[in-house]
Design a binder for this molecule. Structure first.
Ligand SMILES: *[C@@H]1O[C@H](CO)[C@@H](O)[C@H](O)[C@H]1NC(C)=O
Ligand SMILES: *[C@@H]1O[C@H](CO)[C@@H](O)[C@H](O)[C@H]1NC(C)=O
Ligand SMILES: *[C@@H]1O[C@H](CO)[C@@H](O)[C@H](O)[C@H]1NC(C)=O
Ligand SMILES: *[C@@H]1O[C@H](CO)[C@@H](O)[C@H](O)[C@H]1NC(C)=O
Ligand SMILES: *[C@@H]1O[C@H](CO)[C@@H](O)[C@H](O)[C@H]1NC(C)=O
Ligand SMILES: *[C@@H]1O[C@H](CO)[C@@H](O)[C@H](O)[C@H]1NC(C)=O
Ligand SMILES: *[C@@H]1O[C@H](CO)[C@@H](O)[C@H](O)[C@H]1NC(C)=O
Ligand SMILES: *[C@@H]1O[C@H](CO)[C@@H](O)[C@H](O)[C@H]1NC(C)=O
Ligand SMILES: *[C@@H]1O[C@H](CO)[C@@H](O)[C@H](O)[C@H]1NC(C)=O
Ligand SMILES: *[C@@H]1O[C@H](CO)[C@@H](O)[C@H](O)[C@H]1NC(C)=O
Length: 529
């Protein structure tokens, strides 16, 4: 009797709460979720309701992740869990479930060798009404020590993302009481590779995929990234190009190639057409400053050439001219080991003393043949994804100084050949956009704001935002022909919009018509050669 009365009182209380405040009910749903979830192999660490405009402190995760706080802009239920993937591997993930849910599900990806939950991307997605998940990809932090354990490598290659998506959809369904309508993916760099891994190997995971600057051909990319140290040598080597010379090299590249697209605007639309020759920078007799020795000029030539195996076959295409203006000099040209050489050290050689300066072509070959857990991510048959009606948006910043944009069309052609589809047929489900003046996943001197992240978002119009474009394509059938990027003055949003430019869909390229203002998007045309 007493219990019964208490029950009624509680019901009345919660009814009153519901009438007074929807968010209170939402908050209660969130607290009770912890007891309802039944995720295989998982430990639920917490569920908590977070109101809009709260800044979340992020004590978890490795300091190398560089994420200490995150502003939340919409009411949501935050779920943290840990899933074991084998007797000696596990990953952490979070699922953020917004109150203002559109019915859509989304997973974000990772970056580099990380190891870091990309809270900023999860937040971006929840602010747009997606139930969103992300994982730490099987280990914490940006370094590779944990790859000594090959189970951790397997998580990194494909397993953490896929397992997290299966769990995340389950969490979303339990929380909202119904299955999501459509499932999306958003990622860049390693996140781009993960998107392609899903399309290739887990076509059921997503209906719409946005994958940028993909780190696919992963083994060979890692060989390429790690070959700069032996190529340039240490800073005291005669082959080493003084860091101060890269500005002059960039100017020289613009002198030779800026007008190939018809416009002298400091932006190369099609660097693949630029055959740069540094001969003009070689020191005159007696000159010893602001010039290159013949040995240094050879280093520059090698940097802008494809990386070949000992038998002459292609390991990885070249760095594109223009990338010397973004990340490449301080990433690859400093005479210091690049972080990704941890892949060789821990995953390939499993030898913490391995010397990155000793990398040689036989190591490229070893890594490529070993191809741990098919991390190469180079399968060209996307039929299963196509046949289920999936839509794939691929983009790459043409001034990317970390992952060269030259490798993206190479994959596109690989799919075209494997599936025997010309680009007008590929267009039905797979479109690749070249984003001029964009550095690695964002930034850069051009119209690089395309909505691939919150920081990189100028607009929620589908014409100007790759994620919204994917939603529109999948849900209404209107496919993106171009992606309009925005450039801000000084690259700073607060300084105001400088100009916009429509980025073209491969294989067409952007050409200035020769008439009108270079900063007017209508002065440009996508042309097929
Ligand atoms: C969050 O902050 C912004 C700007 O201060 C304000 O406009 C908005 O109303 C706030 N939202 C909520 C839900 O408090
Ligand atoms: C996840 O849980 C397992 C088993 O309890 C534990 O060994 C592992 O350290 C946890 N992993 C993380 C990332 O918290
Ligand atoms: C649970 O983990 C074990 C390995 O520890 C694995 O074999 C099994 O497939 C996992 N179950 C699910 C549903 O992922
Ligand atoms: C909920 O989302 C819709 C778009 O999906 C948006 O128009 C609306 O402003 C959002 N409401 C709140 C309270 O965030
Ligand atoms: C360059 O410096 C390294 C140590 O920093 C030294 O071992 C090497 O001998 C030097 N090489 C030349 C060519 O001076
Ligand atoms: C560069 O040339 C100047 C003038 O010819 C000379 O004084 C100087 O020692 C040279 N410096 C080097 C590093 O060779
Ligand atoms: C990777 O490099 C090897 C040579 O080491 C080459 O045979 C292979 O085709 C390359 N793979 C890709 C995906 O480019
Ligand atoms: C690890 O690498 C170091 C440096 O290259 C080498 O001397 C050593 O023999 C390697 N150890 C093993 C077990 O391969
Ligand atoms: C490729 O497609 C063309 C035209 O659709 C067709 O004629 C040809 O037989 C196909 N080739 C293969 C190898 O399937
Ligand atoms: C752009 O930056 C430069 C140098 O930092 C500064 O002098 C200039 O005023 C800035 N322009 C705008 C529009 O913010």
């Amino acid at each position: 009797m007493f219990l019964h009365t208490l029950g009624v009182v509680l019901q009345l209380l919660s009814l009153g709460a519901a009438l007074n405040s929807r968010s209170n009910t939402f908050s209660q749903r969130c607290s009770s979720l912890v007891a309802e979830l039944q995720i295989p192999n998982a430990t639920i660490s917490f569920t908590e309701h977070i109101g809009a405009n709260v800044t979340l402190r992020l004590p978890i995760g490795d300091p190398s992740c560089g994420r200490s706080s995150q502003l939340i802009t919409t009411d949501l239920c935050r779920v943290g869990l840990n899933i074991s993937t084998s007797a000696r591997s596990s990953f952490r993930m979070e699922a953020w479930l917004p109150q203002n849910w559109t019915g859509r599900f989304l997973s974000v990806g990772n970056g580099g060798l990380g190891g870091c939950i990309q809270f900023e991307d999860i937040e971006y997605a929840t602010s747009l009404g997606f139930a969103a998940v992300g994982t730490n990809n099987g280990h914490d932090g940006m370094t590779g020590e944990t790859f000594l354990n090959r189970d951790v490598v397997e998580d990194f290659a494909y397993r953490a993302l896929h397992t997290g998506v299966v769990a995340g959809k389950d969490i979303s369904k339990t929380f909202y009481g119904k299955t999501h309508t459509k499932s999306y993916y958003l990622g860049c760099s390693t996140g781009g590779r993960q998107g392609f891994k899903s399309v290739q190997a887990f076509p059921g995971d997503f209906d719409g995929v946005v994958a940028g600057a993909p780190a696919f051909a992963f083994n060979n990319l890692t060989s390429w990234s790690s070959h700069f140290l032996p190529l340039t040598g240490l800073q005291n080597a005669s082959t080493f190009v003084p860091i101060g010379m890269w500005l002059a090299i960039h100017q020289d590249i613009l002198k030779q190639c800026d007008t190939i697209d018809g416009a002298a605007d400091g932006i190369l639309e099609s660097p693949e057409l630029c055959n740069y020759d540094p001969a003009g920078l070689v020191c005159a007799p007696g000159q010893n400053t602001s010039c290159l020795t013949p040995l240094q000029a050879d280093t520059v030539r090698s940097i802008y050439s494809p990386l070949l195996a000992s038998d002459g076959s292609l390991v990885y295409p070249r760095l594109e001219p223009g990338a010397e203006a973004t990340e490449a000099p301080f990433t690859y040209f400093q005479g210091q080991p690049f972080g990704a050489s941890d892949w060789f050290k821990y995953a390939i050689f499993q030898n913490a003393s391995w010397d990155p300066l000793s990398l040689s072509p036989k190591d490229y070959d070893l890594s490529s043949r070993l191809n741990l857990f098919n991390i190469e991510t180079w399968d060209g048959d996307l039929s299963a994804f196509k046949n289920k009606g999936g839509k794939l948006i691929h983009y790459h910043g043409v001034a990317d100084g970390i992952i060269p944009s030259s490798n993206s069309p190479r994959y596109y052609e690989h799919v075209s050949q494997t599936m025997n589809l010309t680009s007008d047929k590929l267009d039905d489900f797979y479109r690749y956009f070249t984003v001029s003046g964009m550095a690695h996943c964002g930034g850069g001197p051009g119209a690089s704001f395309i909505g691939n992240s919150r920081r990189n978002s100028a607009s929620l119009k589908p014409e100007e935002n790759v994620l919204i474009a994917a939603v529109r394509w999948l849900e209404t059938g209107i496919a993106p022909d171009t992606i309009t990027g925005t450039a801000y003055r000084n690259g700073t949003v607060s300084s105001g919009v400088d100009y916009k430019r429509r980025h073209c869909r491969w294989p067409s390229r952007n050409v200035f018509s020769g008439k009108g203002d270079i900063k007017n998007e209508d002065s440009w045309k996508c042309v097929l050669d």
